[in-house]
Design a binder for this molecule. Structure first.
Ligand SMILES: *Cc1c(COP(=O)(O)O)cnc(C)c1O
Length: 346
């Protein structure tokens, strides 16, 4: 007899591409950073529980963002932040989240796990917010997710339209997911907490900082929101080795290194986009403000099989978007191999 709770019956276990099983593989399916920084742990004793919310790490990240430490909650990746926000604000069977597909899948998955409804206001043709639809559905939602730059489309949302949604949020939390903001020209909402009491920003060290492996993310919000999230988060969420590495990633020198890597990825991206434009199998290249590019292709099934055969892993979208393929920006060599593979696709 299946005794799992009903809200899980329609869900599948999350599936991700394997890592490091194939030495020839190029992994461009998870928007990882191709430039690792190397860290060493000193003072590695672990008999004590870690700090509940690590002071030095929070101080450094607060300084990086220009906010106060009381505005930051550290969690196991942005992924945990999404989960915490939904748990803190949504009762199953009663409350709903609202998001704008095509967007990050975890919003809907985490909502379903707690039994909350998932309302959608799909993005417009040019992948911008459908403001009237959002304003209407917001009446019935406790948490609204805006992802900017959006995964998987790659573009930022228009600033004034995000502001419209934020201003209208009197009985909903508006989450602005800024996982890729370091790659965008548009400013973060972090400096604007005072204007928007119900704003919660999600940030991560997984993308621009190249630390996907340590699982460190942040919620940036007004103190009252942080206080609510602290009711839900585990007493000792952050393992001490993770905290130690995250702290070293936020020194001035490491932040400069991060910015240099972002610039390198931007340069690789513009070359890659130019090369894509010359290919017959690519119908459209979408504008990207992130470390990945979304393309529309003609024969997605065959193309995916061809790339797999070349040991290149990319992320194809599903359902109505199955002509769309998201390709993370790796090194110059990796992207040259992708272009060669696409050229050879007939
Ligand atoms: C990668 C990502 C995150 C956070 O990832 P973590 O590795 O859990 O920090 C959050 N939102 C979006 C849209 C992402 O792509």
């Amino acid at each position: 007899m299946n005794i799992e709770k009903r809200s899980l019956n329609t869900l599948e276990p999350y599936s991700v591409a394997p890592r490091d099983e194939d030495p020839r593989a190029i992994y461009l399916d998870a928007n990882e950073n191709p430039y690792p920084q190397t860290f060493t742990l000193t003072n590695a004793t672990f008999n004590r529980y870690p700090e509940s919310q690590p002071t030095v790490l929070i101080e450094r990240y607060a300084k990086f963002l220009g906010v106060q430490p009381e505005n930051i909650l550290v969690s196991l990746g942005g992924d945990e932040a999404i989960k915490l926000i939904i748990e803190a604000y949504c009762n199953g069977d009663e409350d709903a989240i609202l998001c704008s597909p095509p967007t990050f899948g975890m919003y809907a998955i985490d909502a379903q796990v707690v039994g909350a409804k998932v309302l959608t206001a799909p993005l417009t043709q040019d992948f911008q917010l459908d403001v009237p639809a959002l304003l209407e559905s917001m009446q019935d939602a406790k948490v609204v997710f805006i992802c900017s730059p959006n995964n998987p489309t790659g573009n930022v949302m228009k600033l004034d339209e995000m502001e419209t949604i934020l201003r209208a949020a009197d009985h909903a939390i508006v989450v602005v997911d800024e996982a890729y903001i370091e790659f965008a020209d548009q400013p973060s909402f972090a400096s604007r907490l005072a204007e928007f009491p119900n704003l919660a920003i999600i940030r991560t060290l997984s993308k621009a900082f190249g630390l996907a492996g340590i699982r460190c993310g942040f919620t940036v919000a007004n103190h009252e929101v942080i206080r609510t999230l602290k009711k839900v988060i585990a007493p000792y969420p952050m393992p001490s080795p993770v905290v130690a590495i995250a702290e070293s990633a936020l020194t001035d020198a490491a932040i400069d290194q991060m910015k240099a890597n972002v610039a390198r990825i931007q340069a690789t991206k513009s070359h890659f986009i130019k090369a894509l434009a010359t290919l017959d199998c690519v119908n459209k290249v979408y504008r990207s403000d992130a470390n990945f590019v979304l393309i529309e292709v003609t024969a997605a099934d065959a193309l995916m099989a061809h790339l797999k055969n070349e040991h290149i892993y990319v992320k194809r979208q599903s359902g109505a978007f199955s002509d769309l393929i998201r390709i993370s920006i790796g090194t110059d060599e990796e992207m040259a191999r992708v272009i060669t593979a696409l050229k050879n696709f007939v």
